[in-house]
Design a protein around this ligand. Structure first.
Ligand code: HEM
Length: 117
């Protein structure tokens, strides 16, 4: 399941990069934005399954899930703000920080790839 979770988040990140490039080129993003939104469902579904597969759910899992949802919110915010022509610099910094925290948490928590092993 960790592989499915990783695959869906890599897919979302690639779609985000693609969408941001299209926005910079002034092209329409409507369909790709919808595809990206469906990929969030995959992240949430696989994340939820990982969450439920823990024998007893540790506090770190709740934090991981909350940060995961915040991350998805940030995906949306950077796209929508850019679409409105507003500044996204601070958002991108927040985006990067939350992403690094999530990757660090994901790869040090017990399931899947564990960098602490
Ligand atoms: C874009 C948002 C997200 C990112 C970037 C992310 C990132 C990651 C990464 C890198 C892993 C480690 C996978 C592995 O070890 O192979 C992971 C595991 C996990 N994620 Fe996420 N995730 C996100 C969203 C979510 C959400 C929304 C939830 C909950 C609903 C969630 C719950 C979990 C759980 C429970 C694990 C297993 C932790 C463990 O290794 O023991 N994630 N995530």
């Amino acid at each position: 399941m960790t592989h499915a979770h990783l695959t869906s988040l890599v897919l979302s990140l690639l779609l985000l990069i693609f969408i941001v490039i299209r926005q910079k080129q002034g092209k329409t993003i409507k369909v790709w934005h919808m595809v990206l939104r469906s990929s969030y469902l995959l992240i949430i579904a696989t994340g939820f399954m990982l969450f439920m597969s823990a024998y007893s759910i540790p506090m770190s899992y709740y934090l991981k899930a909350i940060m995961g949802i915040v991350m998805i919110g940030l995906f949306e915010m950077v796209i929508v703000r850019k679409q409105k022509g507003k500044a996204t610099d601070v958002l991108w910094i927040t985006f990067s920080i939350v992403l690094v925290i999530l990757l660090a948490m994901g790869f040090t928590l017990p399931q899947g790839i564990d960098l602490l092993k």
